[in-house]
Design a binder for this molecule. Sequence first.
Ligand code: ZN
Ligand code: MG
Ligand code: ZN
Length: 490
Amino acid sequence: MIHSNNMKRKDFLKTGMAAGLGAFLPISQKKSSPSPIIGKARNIIFFAYDGFTWEDFSSAQHFSHRNFGKPLHLEKLFRTGSAGSMQSHSLTSMVTDSAAATSAWATGRKIVNGSLSIYPDGDELTTILELAKAKGKATGIISNTTITHATPGGWIAKQINRRDEENIAEQYAEFKADVMIGGGIEAFSPQLRSDGNDLYKPLLDSGYSVITDREAFANVRSDKILATFNEGHIPYEIDRRFRGAVSPTLNEMAKKGIEILDGSENGFLLHIEAGRIDHANHRNDAGAALWEIFAADETLGMLMDYVDKTPETVLIMASDHGTGGASVYGVGERYRASSDVHDLLNRRTASFPWIMSQLGNSPDTDLIIDMIEDTTGVLVSLSDAELLQQAIAGEIQMPDAAAFPRQPIATLGWILKGGTNDNPTHLNINYGTTQHTAGAVPAAVYGNGVEVKPFGLVDNTDFFYWMTEAMVIEHQNPEMSPEKAASFYE
Ligand code: ZN
Ligand code: MG
Ligand code: ZN
């Protein structure tokens, strides 16, 4: 029965694909929009904000003005650089994942979600980082996720399955970007790799500083570096700030990267990722997302200062897609209470994973209520506490659970979002999903000694052509049709 339902569904999709031929084609994947970067760039810094929407920007922007009395660097970038919006559909879906999204930036081609710079038939694409290296430029990748995660990965690795981070690390050890800094010792360490291979060694042997501790990182002077911290991702900024989690900040990692690449003979191409905005938004964790945006913003300020004093340098900022569909909604008469209610974000002092780790496997409702009030400033009802208690026990009772598959943590998000107009005891941010979303996302270009122009609405593949043009590189990757790509998954 289930099988035949699947068949029907598949047939329907097939028919749909054939009938609406070009279901994914109305937006050209061939033609690049005119580049907003006028002239040559010696250095390019590409700063990815993973899972960041215009709505997330508004939330952080207003919070910053009200609580810190200053604008975000991002606001300055959007006002003084050249801003626009970017569309992000992948080869076979209107909703992209991070792997296809980063591959579009890095190769100028749409691919299938879940793969890195490769087509399903194994045909590999050449990445912008490879092209820059071949041109004699220094190269780097930095992220506060595992360094072998999808977003940095797509700039170097060719992988059908983005989750094979051990193989991605092998490809890094071969490619040898000058700078590789992020989380994720487990993909390199012989103690933690499934094959027991030591991937630090080949890099040590070729003159890299290989670093896994924070103090050594602060003091290192080197022209090649592999720095990996923590098993897994770099901890959330909110937990570093308020819960004593120990790690370098994104800004410290980016600064080190710039320090190493600055003055490279033929310039450099550096990819930096603020990768955990996405993770926080997947969990509908508005507090963690806010602090990830601030961590990115501190980094952005540093990068803009660097560009200001470094001629022939271009900074590109772009989100790869939306995540979670957060909306900040109006509260009160004439919506006048909106900002006050939004200031409840001030009371968030731990990430959702941190809260869940404290609750354990079978918390009583008193613990749940107290813990949530301590870490979010919200007094949840007994029935909401029971909802979370049930979710932790594996019985998901929250309404509309299908759109929120990341459980039990999504239930925590759910009970924190339920404010009303008249009684705004909860934060006025509603999340629509725990998945990625399709809408156009923020992007901007900022330059010194290189003119930049506003660019309106562009496609994620366009960035590849902007970068190759600015670095005077000629390259076109092979194309695959959505229909052919889809045929591999029938
Ligand atoms: Zn992403
Ligand atoms: Mg990412
Ligand atoms: Zn994501």
